[in-house]
Design a protein around this ligand. Structure first.
Ligand SMILES: C[S@@+](CC[C@H](N)C(=O)[O-])C[C@H]1O[C@@H](n2cnc3c(N)ncnc32)[C@H](O)[C@@H]1O
Length: 344
């Protein structure tokens, strides 16, 4: 798509989403993904006016979401076919669990129209609206919003549960573990695992609520602390950083991995899972890239897997493997003691 075409579509973004939502609600996307169909057939099936449906389908074609093939002069014979995955994508973006709609509730309008001032540093996101880390008052809403986007992470962990948690009685510390939703999901796939969520002390009631709502009892624990100012606690076989490291400057991420290394026993594992940089994930990250221009304390940058492989090696970890999934999971092992590492 040329810049001119893309910008033209973006300028009509609200209308474009109206078209997508309507096509989804009508059932048109299901029909178009199942097989190519012409305007006459579709308009009869959905009881709509052919000359109007044709224009809606052209809107979808201009968005690159369907392909049309004209047959002769009669526009009702034009056949359309959806690009694969369109319906699921429309449900993800416009349906009830939409992350885009969730993010739209954040106070981005404080920046809108003021980007020159934002870039010069004279306008920022008011801390009362969004602070990083979130204030005690903001934490509940933020953690729920994060939990709403956990599905692909849960799938990856679930797919690899036998490999990750096969040994009995393992203890995991989920560092920056939100309101404990991910921890509870992990427990559902690993009967003898114990998971403690490490988060700011204000998050304790949120994790307590998750514990009360889920059937895992004391297997879901909480450790309050500030990972910037304190060492990470010992006593765990593994530590996970899910959507945590990319929020911080690289030296801070390196420091957190060093703290994990120091706290883990030899043979202990660190797990990193976040949206590693791809064009598609960068598109989904657009909201945060925009919103966080006004929040200097939060970096929120997507990195390639190789970036973390370097950080892990530099922090002393070995046996780095990347497990596939909707989001990849990097697993690395502490293979020597801190003393041995330092003396080398
Ligand atoms: C982007 S959220 C990710 C939450 C969760 N892991 C998930 O993927 O849904 C970052 C997490 O780090 C926590 N966090 C931020 N600063 C922290 C700090 N200094 N010490 C401990 N946790 C912190 C936040 O409260 C939040 O739970």
């Amino acid at each position: 798509m040329t810049p001119r075409a893309l910008l033209s579509l973006l300028a009509n973004g609200t209308k474009a989403m109206d078209v997508v939502r309507t096509a989804l609600d009508l059932g048109l996307l299901d029909a178009l993904e199942a097989e190519a169909a012409d305007v006459a057939t579709l308009s009869a099936k959905f009881e709509v006016v052919p000359g109007r449906l044709y224009k809606l389908l052209d809107c979808l074609e201009s968005l690159g979401l369907v392909r049309g093939e004209a047959i002769g002069d009669d526009f009702t014979l034009t056949r359309y076919l959806a690009v694969p995955g369109l319906r699921d994508a429309a449900v993800a973006v416009a349906g009830p669990g939409s992350l885009e709609l969730d993010r739209d509730r954040y106070p981005w309008r404080s920046l809108h129209g003021n980007l020159p001032e934002v870039l010069r540093g004279t306008v920022s996101m008011p801390e009362s609206a969004f602070a990083w880390p979130p204030s005690a008052a903001q934490l509940e809403g933020f953690e729920s919003s994060m939990a709403a986007g956990l599905a692909p992470f849960v799938t990856t962990f679930a797919d690899h549960a036998p490999t990750l948690w096969g040994a009995p009685g393992l203890r995991l510390l989920d560092v920056g573990g939100g309101n404990g939703t991910l921890a509870a999901e992990l427990l559902g796939h690993a009967p003898s695992l114990v998971v403690d969520v490490y988060n700011l002390p204000e998050a304790e009631p949120l994790v307590a609520r998750t514990r009360a709502e889920r059937p895992h009892g004391d297997r879901l624990g909480f450790v309050g602390g500030d990972f910037l100012g304190e060492p990470l606690p010992g006593g765990y076989d593994a530590m996970s950083f899910v959507r945590v490291l990319h929020d911080w400057p690289i030296p801070t991420a390196r420091m957190l991995l060093r703290k994990a290394y120091q706290a883990l026993p030899v043979g202990g594992r660190v797990l990193i899972c976040e949206e590693f940089r791809t064009p598609e994930r960068l598109a989904a990250q657009f909201f945060w890239s925009y919103f966080l221009m006004g929040v200097d304390a939060c970096v929120s940058r997507l990195y390639a897997i190789s970036h973390y492989e370097r950080l892990l090696q530099g922090s002393g970890f070995a046996d780095i493997t990347v497990l596939p999934g909707p989001v990849e999971l990097i697993v690395a092992t502490k293979s020597t003691s801190e003393e041995t590492r330092v003396s080398r």
